[in-house]
Write a protein that binds this ligand. Structure first.
Ligand SMILES: NC(=O)c1ccc[n+]([C@@H]2O[C@H](COP(=O)([O-])OP(=O)(O)OC[C@H]3O[C@@H](n4cnc5c(N)ncnc54)[C@H](O)[C@@H]3O)[C@@H](O)[C@H]2O)c1
Length: 263
């Protein structure tokens, strides 16, 4: 199996690189130039190739496609995983921050897809795995920009899974709750209260990136189009679907606590 993972130098991307390699896959671990090569991947020798790839760069994607075509002759799994943290209350999230998070977290996925899906359609096989978030399905207050782009990734993924089914190509959206990674180091913006709250949730989470990676591979084995890889994510989404009034009350209590802290 030939796999390319973006954001492969850290967190969930790194864990996915290791778990795919452990299964005998050949993996490109792609990340920003200063980060690619920053860690020693697990797995058999030479199973992992590290490449610099900024998901916002068309030229980097073109170079990745050329490398994959020349070295492997095709790709079985593209994991659009690279992402940054973002959010902040409505008036505290600038348009520059909106544009940055759209460019990385949404258009990074779109660029990867446009780069490799034509190859997969020609092959008549392949799967695109998009790391969205639970935030793409349930939408806590104070996280407008992050929620919006992750919901867009969920919608885009479902669209792809329908559109590509006749070509034998699949698509999976991954929607985890908070788990421990370096994600919060990418957060910028003026909403320091939101940053503190989310940093605590990420850093104190009992769930590791490896726990999520194992659940993602299990979901792929089962051919799922949406993977809710942890119990808090499954419970939160079930509450929204099953008891909308209780879900709304929970979200509004969170917003009321934020208002109290800011007054
Ligand atoms: N950690 C969580 O609680 C959580 C929850 C839900 C979803 N996610 C999502 O999981 C994905 C992985 O994040 P993580 O938590 O492992 O964080 P992380 O910061 O540990 O890893 C993200 C990686 O993406 C890379 N990256 C950032 N911008 C990039 C770009 N323009 N081009 C290429 N690589 C880039 C970073 O260098 C980093 O190595 C993200 O899409 C994130 O939104 C994380």
């Amino acid at each position: 199996m030939r796999v390319l993972v973006t954001g492969g130098a850290s967190g969930l991307g790194a864990a996915l690189v290791d778990r795919f390699a452990e299964r005998g896959a050949r993996v490109v671990s792609a990340d920003l130039s200063g980060r690619a090569g920053a860690r020693a991947p697990e797995g058999p020798d030479n199973s992992v190739v590290e490449r610099a790839l900024d998901v916002t760069s068309d030229a980097d994607w073109d170079a990745a496609r050329a490398w994959v075509e020349q070295e492997w002759g095709g790709l079985d799994v593209l994991v659009n995983n690279a992402g940054i943290a973002g959010g902040g209350r409505l008036e505290l999230c600038s348009i520059d921050e909106w544009q940055r998070i759209i460019d990385v977290n949404l258009l990074g996925v779109v660029r990867g897809t446009q780069t490799f899906v034509p190859m997969m359609k020609r092959q008549g096989s392949g799967r695109v795995v998009n790391t969205a978030s639970l935030a793409g399905l349930v939408h806590p207050p104070g996280m407008g920009s992050y929620n919006a782009v992750k919901a867009a990734v969920v919608a885009f993924s479902e669209t792809m899974s329908h559109e590509l089914a006749p070509y034998g190509v699949g698509c999976t959206a991954v929607c985890p709750s908070y788990f421990r990674t370096n994600l919060m180091s990418s957060l910028s913006g003026a909403d320091t209260d939101l940053a503190e709250q989310i940093t605590r949730l990420v850093e104190k989470s009992p769930i590791s990136a490896d726990d999520i990676a194992v659940a993602v591979l299990d979901g792929l084995d089962r051919g799922l189009d949406v993977v809710l890889p942890d119990e808090p994510a499954r419970a939160a989404y079930a509450l929204k679907l099953g008891d909308r009034a209780a879900y709304d009350a929970q979200m509004r209590a969170t917003a009321a606590r934020a208002k109290e802290r800011s007054s």
